[in-house]
Design a protein around this ligand. Structure first.
Ligand SMILES: [Zn+2]
Length: 179
């Protein structure tokens, strides 16, 4: 898989909650936060689960990352082509001079004809569907990357009230990513 000495540019999507305390896994609270609140407030804070947000990003084995695409909708073929590939993946892909390969996540919307045509039209070398192995997180470091991002935000206790805030806080500080 991949060209000799070249990069593998990988994309993936995952769900995040606007309130990172609602992510699965251990939750962090500091008691003092609630001491001055009445019951109604604590009930809201504890029980309010953030709205589900779909997060897409492409990362490269060299460490480069695309900007993140957030949506409360779904990523169908049209959205994937326009928002993910055209606006975010392609600029990252073109930053490379050495041979490199785009390895799309094996989602059905990623392999419809219009998307494949778009990839060829833009001279993007990509992993064909029939050789794209399903469910191999070990081979796809972005899966580990998401886990790291989520762990990071749980630890920081980052709480985003809305999409705008999530866009601001939903970025790991530079250097925190894992190859
Ligand atoms: Zn790269």
């Amino acid at each position: 898989m991949g060209t000799k000495d070249g990069c593998n540019l990988i994309d993936d999507q995952t769900y995040a909650k606007e309130d990172s305390r609602a992510l699965p896994g251990p939750q962090y609270y500091t008691k003092s936060v609630y001491q001055d609140l009445d019951d109604a407030d604590t009930t809201v804070a504890m029980g309010k689960f953030g709205q589900k947000v779909l997060v897409w990003q492409a990362i490269c084995t060299c460490g480069l990352r695309s900007s993140i695409f957030f949506t409360k909708g779904t990523i169908n073929a049209k959205v994937y082509e326009e928002e993910c590939l055209k606006k975010r993946m392609l600029p990252l892909y073109r930053k490379h001079k050495a041979p490199h390969l785009f390895w799309p996540d094996l989602a059905s919307a990623h392999y419809v004809n219009s998307v494949l045509q778009w990839l060829s039209k833009n001279n993007v070398q990509f992993v064909e569907k029939d050789i794209n192995p399903p469910n191999c997180p070990d081979l796809r470091p972005i899966e580990r990357y998401w886990a790291n991002v989520k762990r990071h935000f749980r630890k920081e206790g980052t709480v985003s009230q809305n999409m705008q805030e999530l866009k601001k806080t939903g970025q790991l500080p530079p250097g925190k990513s894992q190859k």
